[in-house]
Design a protein around this ligand. Sequence first.
Ligand SMILES: O=C(O)CCC(=O)C(=O)O
Ligand SMILES: [Fe+2]
Length: 329
Amino acid sequence: MNIPIIDISPLIQNTPEKFQVAEKIGQACRENGFFYIIGHQVDLELQQKLEKLSKSFFSLSLDQKMKIKMSNGGLAWRGYFPCGDELTSGRPDMKEGIYFGEELDQGNELVKIKTPLHGPNLFPDDEIPEFRNVVLEYMKSIKELGHKILEGIALSLNLDESYFYNRYTKIPLQLFRIFNYPKVELNTEEELWGVGEHTDYGLLTILKQDNSGGLQVKCKTEWIEAPPIDNSFVCNIGDMLDRMTGGLYRSTPHRVKCQFKNDRLSYPFFFDPNFFAQVKKIENIELREEDRNERWDKSSVHEFCGTYGDYLIKKVSKVFPELKEQVLS
Ligand SMILES: O=C(O)CCC(=O)C(=O)O
Ligand SMILES: [Fe+2]
């Protein structure tokens, strides 16, 4: 089974062919929850600048990188974490990375009342002064892309194209990460993963990956590769879309292999419901059979009660247990 490649230019240009695009997106979401997009019109030069600056960042010394360590980001949950600090299902991932989000200054009302995951980003301004603007510009264009893809997803469910925008994503929660999976010298019996099996938490993930490979997607019981495709993004649906569609669009487990040949860079952007949104099932969609026992975390996305922020904080706390103690205690 292959992951489909969908040219979304009609969706971007708002031409009548967008309904056919929506049809293809719907099919991909019902089949395995993963698809590539091309024709997205995200500026290539901007992407190349992002790649170049990200490489420069990860090649700084650990001391330099730790100047923007996540504990300095406090409640906003931003900044750098070194290899081994992030856990999936309780086990350390073989990756380092930086967390970004919407850039909000200390004067912002939500920041003033200490809303978790809201605040200013941490950038390596001394070492790589251009990084800040390039990251913020990239996030802006992927956010716009996210709105477009969600219009396609709404159409694929026979909903008004602004269904998600009106209810959940007028102000989406944006989480943007840049990961480096460093080349690992094999000297252990332990099974190592770049990222262990998991599903994403929110609505939609838009992933840029370099040409190293290693991303794998679980199709029923089989793992298939999601190899790099030039100037494409890999899209996958998260737990909240699974919940909204009563399981019709499942959030699909995926993982990343440990890298033994060279470093791998990836850039996942999580386009998620507003932090304060109560995520509900779409009217007129029937709840499908529970998949809890098959899920990696043995929990049900359909039983959860609360806001998206509540859901996310519970999940993120498992991923960074130490930070949780510092920040939320
Ligand atoms: O690095 C990748 O290709 C995927 C990362 C991922 O699955 C995640 O951060 O949720
Ligand atoms: Fe993921």
